[in-house]
Design a protein around this ligand. Sequence first.
Ligand code: ZN
Length: 257
Amino acid sequence: MNVKKYVLIIGIVILFILSVCSLYYINQYNDSKKVAFILPHADDETIGVGGIISKLIDKGYKLHFDLMTSGNSLAPKLRIVDNYYHASIPNNANGSDRKRIIREDSFKQVMKVINISDYKLHGIDDGTLNSDEVFSVMEDLYLKEGYKTFYTTTGDGNPDHNACHQAMKRMQEKYPDLEYRQFPVYYYHQQQASPEPLNFKYDDVDVNNYSNTKKEMFQVYYNINTLLPSFYPRSDGVISFSPERIYYSTESLVELK
Ligand SMILES: [Zn+2]
């Protein structure tokens, strides 16, 4: 074999190794830019992290949303929803079906506002979510799709929020090296209340630059009447400045720096 052949073979081998390395690098890079939001109800994302979602999108992160419940509860204190967006409702739909269809549709409207198509609706009955269901969604996102950064609600007494909080706690026990973040949904109007995060370290993230998008997201829920501007006074169409609180257990909120 002459020298030219040797050089050619060595060259091909080096090129092969380089291309495998670069593919690996690209995958790693993409995974580090992936963030998953696990939501108990349609509106938790807007109330808790409407601005942060916009900020992450702006910084080039790839967001995925899992909406766990359908928000179909007809408990008396929960508001009656309006079919503002003319979602298609079958004639034989009962009150709970009607509410599920409208609330899931409102979530899709919000996803349109932020240009997100990567979401999944699980349609579990409002108030019945358990941590096994949430844990398996989170574990699959990590093991099968490479997500390493997760956001969900704090525990705060609401059974569905508690289920998400418990699931994240189990994830952290099993996979301590992933990034876990929690947002208190009721921060706006119940700052005295004590939400239960995994860890009490928190940042109040300035999201003023994103107040317009946040207003648009809120407007969807005002339109169908699940939210009242007076209930979320810092987030309505008139005044939309407020930091968003994030509890986290790792070194820093790397994706928000
Ligand atoms: Zn909720």
